[in-house]
Write a protein that binds this ligand. Sequence first.
Ligand code: 8YV
Length: 321
Amino acid sequence: MSKPAILIARAIFPDVLHRLEQYFEVESNQGDEIFSPEELIRRLQGKEGAIVTGSSRINASVLAACPQLKMVANMAVGYDNLDVPAMQAAGVLASNTPDVLTETTADFGWALMMATARRITEAEHFLRAGKWNKWHYDLMSGADIHGSTLGILGMGRIGQAIARRAQGFGMEVMYHNRSRLSTEQEAQANQARYVSKQALFEEADHIILVLPYSAASHHAVGAEELAMMKPTATLTNIARGGIVDDQALIAALRERRIAAAGLDVFENEPAFAPAFLKLDNVVLTPHIASASVKTRRAMANCAADNLIAGLLTGQAKNPLW
Ligand code: 8YV
């Protein structure tokens, strides 16, 4: 019996690729090309399954052009690139990679928030540029993390993992989420306090965004929210670019209406707004929150496990519905 054909739309670890080859006829994009929508449709012809990342959108037109598709395994926990109602209507299964990246992503959220608050990249650029020639009491002074108030917008697995880490820094944690956590979950998340979105923006010293992206969360942080923030506060985004109105953020940073921002994600990434590069009060990273060697491998294996189970048994390990 011939093996089902699959597409791996973005480069994957060779050993995971070889594992998939035991079950499937694999076409793999081992280069760094990001497929255009037309190219994705062309490559998906005849494929029953696919492993994709956020740069591949699976929508109604892709599904209509690829009627043999049965399952898409997203190699990410966020799945705003998948049109869930269209996939459900077409009877195409979908999975994501939850859990395996929670702690690594929470670690990175902290790293970015701390680098932002303590001006670490700005200080390094200053040093590398040979500008460090005298002591000054105000040199690269930033905002304290310890003892401050952390505001978490989006309190899923990653938000809760970020909250747990706040205990070591003696921080008060407040959060806003679609729904309130149970009392037990709040206790485990460093006694996190459920507050309104407005209270979070007005009172937190450091705000971190960890909510999923959807039409409902598009520009959840815009001019209005930024205007509520303390001028000493920082904003860190490790969720999705579209959650923040980048132009409003650029204006707030330029006019020092907020102290600083740490951004791992951008609207239209990888083509982010060039104005960010002109600002010294922003720390910029290329969507790497889950990028530890161990976790990226775990994500690849998780996506592979899902595709194998989904195509062979009709039941994915981490189905989206
Ligand atoms: C992925 C992520 O690396 O899991 C997610 O939702 O954003 C990252 O971990 C990225 O989405 C790959 O496209």
